[in-house]
Each structure stands twice: as structure tokens, then as C-alpha cells.
Design a protein around this ligand. Sequence first.
Ligand code: NDP
Length: 275
Amino acid sequence: MQNWLQLANKTVIITGSASGIGSALVDAFYSQGCSVFMSDIKTENIKYPNTSNIYKNKIAHVKCDVRCKDDTIAMIQNADNFAKEHDIPIASIIVNAAGITRDGFIHDLTEENYDDVLDTNLKGTFHSIQAFCRPDRLEKILSTNTGSSIINIGSVISERGNIGQTNYAASKGGVVGMTRALAKEMAYQSIQINKSRGEPNSHAAIRANAILPGFIDTPMTQTVPSNIKQRIISGIPLRRFGEPTDVANMALFLASDRSSYVTGECWECSGAIAI
Ligand code: NDP
């Protein structure tokens, strides 16, 4: 698997990396030999992987509230400084995993809870992507004939809806639309950049995909009462909640050049709950 994915020596930025899916992403990318730049709104909960490091890859973290544009610009700048300091490639992969829920029936949902969810899940993803896609960064990445992969974490809730989650479904639906639009824009940009550097036939491209998890066993879902959880599981054809590693393993494939012709897609990881 290590050799097949060929991710060693790439650098990845992961938002929301202190918990759940983000934390599993850190372990997965690090164990594949990637250097990892972790970020989260609270850095005290960030855990460094305890996998033995046969690759000598690097890892560091920074505090970043993705709702704040300046924080995301600083996150990318810090990640680029980290790469320079350790003489490793600048990050060509970003996984946007920071997210929250603030559930409630629509008549009870406060404007604050609506805004918090939209600002974190949708605008936060936008901020991180915008900082990551700075034109000089993209040119630098493609200048080495290396592809780039942007992976957004959406949710099956945007496809199938859920009681008490109008705000969350709206935010994740936005992530789907944003991913598709971004994929087209980045494909166009990649072709322009490759032409301008005299490599019009290069396959190196900036891709964007989303993973739409179903119910995954993380702190986000630990508040679901056990009777409701059992009811949910009975509606999942694979009869279990997913593990954070199930999502992380999909991200590895989408980050790798093995998926180099895959962009603008939204991949469900839900044990078939969405079918
Ligand atoms: P967790 O709550 O375990 O992890 C999310 C992390 O993001 C936490 O560390 C959280 O910090 C952090 N975070 C929250 N707000 C911000 C912010 N403004 N800036 C930076 N970091 C922030 O959730 P999951 O791992 O379960 O979720 C990861 C992603 O997967 C989310 O986007 C979620 O919507 C999505 N998802 C999860 C599913 C599930 O079943 N678990 C299903 C479908 C999608 P803090 O803990 O302090 O809030």
C-alpha cells in the first residue's frame, strides 16, 4: 500500500486535526510518509502520531480558526515556512476536516447556531481553499510536475437530509457545490499554468474532491443517544457506524496520483446509508 499510493515526500495540511476524522487523517498520511501540517481551533487537543517514523517525515501544528480569513492565510504561510525550514516540498494536499454541528428544529434554531455552522463548515472551507490556492503557490507546486489535491469533508446529510440539521445540511450542500465549481476552475488553471511553463501536455493538475461521510464514530456523534444510535445502525446496510480510518483511507486515495483523473466528485463513505 505504501508504495502503491506513492505519497511519501508529499506535504499535507489538515484542518480540524485535533479530533475524530482529522486525527485519523493525520495518522494515515503520516504513516504513508507524508509530512503533515496540522491545524485546529484548539491546539491543546492535538495528538502527534505514535507510528514509528521510518520515512523521517516532518510534522508540526498551528492554531487556526477557519472562520477567520487571516487565520487561514497564516496557516498556509506557516505551513510553507515549515516546508522551507525542513527542506521538504510545499504542501500540495489539503484536507478540510474542521466542522461542527449545532442541531435544532427549525423553529428553535437560533441565528447564532445557523451562522456558526455556515461560517465553520462552508465559509471556513472556502477560506482554507482560497489561501491554499494562492496563484504563486499553485505555480510552485505544478512547476515540479507534481499534482495537487484538495479534499473537502462534506456529509451524506446534504444528500438525504436529517431532522434537526437544516443548518448543517445547508452548509454541507454548499461544500458539494463549491467542490464541483473549484474542480472546474482548478482544471482550467492547471492547463494555463502548464502552458505558461512550456509543459502543455503535463498531467500535473490541481484536483478537488469531496468525501461525504455517513455516521462516523467520533466525538461529533458521541452525543447521539444509544436508542437513536441503534435505530440509525439498523438503517445502515453495513450495520455499523464508520470508523474515522474509513474516511482517512478514502482521502489517501484521493490525495494520491492514483486518482489523477478523478476531480469534481463527491464520494460517499457511509456503509450504503445514502442509497
Ligand atoms: P470532531 O468534532 O471530532 O472534529 C472536528 C474538529 O474540528 C474538532 O477538533 C473541532 O474543534 C474542530 N473545529 C471546530 N470548529 C473549528 C474552527 N472554526 N476552526 C478549526 N477547527 C475547528 O468531528 P468529526 O471528526 O466527526 O468531523 C470532521 C468532519 O467530518 C466535519 O466537517 C464533520 O462535519 C464531518 N462529518 C462527520 C461525520 C460524523 O459522523 N462524525 C459525518 C459526516 C461528516 P472543537 O472540538 O473544539 O469544536
